[in-house]
Design a protein around this ligand. Structure first.
Ligand SMILES: CC(C)(COP(=O)(O)OP(=O)(O)OC[C@H]1O[C@@H](n2cnc3c(N)ncnc32)[C@H](O)[C@@H]1OP(=O)(O)O)[C@@H](O)C(=O)NCCC(=O)NCCS
Length: 210
């Protein structure tokens, strides 16, 4: 039984949901490494997540909850995503002096994808004032319910031990730990196997490139 209504997000949700993304990811080891200055971080994060939100609407699926306090951005990766030669310039515009670290992060994430088609949870975020009330779980259950009907595997990267615990409880398993540069934090690629007709999930996608 879902306590929270989950629905597709649209362009009219942009303001509140970009704020949810920017504020939810504002703290933590990855944010400290990407943009040590908290003032710069807020400015850049709003630009970065604006780009991520609209990219999700245009190329993936964006889900939210009734009160616009939580958001999940999913992509169906049917095949290897072609290189984006324009991405470094776009990151320069979004992140300025911090762009090289964002590029490094995105390249590391790209290198972690499973070697066959899967659904990718790129972002899961809950308004910091509404965390620990089951909203993230509601979005995960919604996404996974559909994937289990399709018999499709999922992939994501956990960015800290606590959210890794949440994903472990939702059936994901951890692969290798990926360190970001010599001074950067770790991220953990995680896979959730496809369900077969009996509802069992046993076929784990292999980590690595397509
Ligand atoms: C992680 C997150 C999406 C979970 O959503 P939620 O609605 O708060 O979580 P739920 O109430 O459904 O479940 C609680 C579990 O979520 C995780 N969680 C809750 N707050 C968290 C936070 N600030 N940071 C990391 N994980 C958190 C924990 O595993 C928690 O279980 P625990 O209390 O036993 O440790 C949400 O807390 C969030 O946006 N955190 C900051 C951004 C983030 O870490 N996103 C995930 C990126 S991979």
């Amino acid at each position: 039984m879902f306590r929270h209504l989950v629905r597709p997000a649209t362009r009219t949700d942009a303001g509140p949901l970009i704020a949810v993304l920017a504020e939810a990811f504002h703290d933590g080891p990855l944010a400290d490494w990407l943009i040590p200055d908290p003032g710069d971080r807020r400015t850049v994060y709003y630009r970065y997540f604006r780009d991520a939100f609209y990219h999700g609407l245009d190329h993936g699926e964006v889900h939210t909850t009734g009160g616009q306090t939580a958001v999940a951005i999913w992509y169906h990766r049917r095949e290897a995503v072609p290189a984006r030669p324009d991405r470094p310039a776009a990151l320069d515009r979004i992140a300025g002096a911090y762009a090289p670290k964002f590029l490094l992060l995105e390249e590391a994430i790209e290198g972690c994808h499973p070697d066959r088609p899967h659904h990718y949870l790129a972002y899961l975020a809950v308004d910091p004032t509404r965390q620990n009330q089951g909203l993230g779980t509601a979005l995960l259950n919604h996404g996974h319910g559909r994937l289990d009907q399709l018999g499709a595997p999922a992939h994501l990267e956990a960015s800290n031990p606590r959210n890794r615990g949440l994903y472990l409880r939702h059936g994901y398993t951890t692969g290798r730990t990926v360190g970001l540069a010599s001074d950067g934090p770790a991220i953990w690629p995680m896979c959730r196997a496809a369900a077969d007709v009996t509802g069992e999930r046993s076929r784990l996608p292999r980590p690595g490139r397509y």
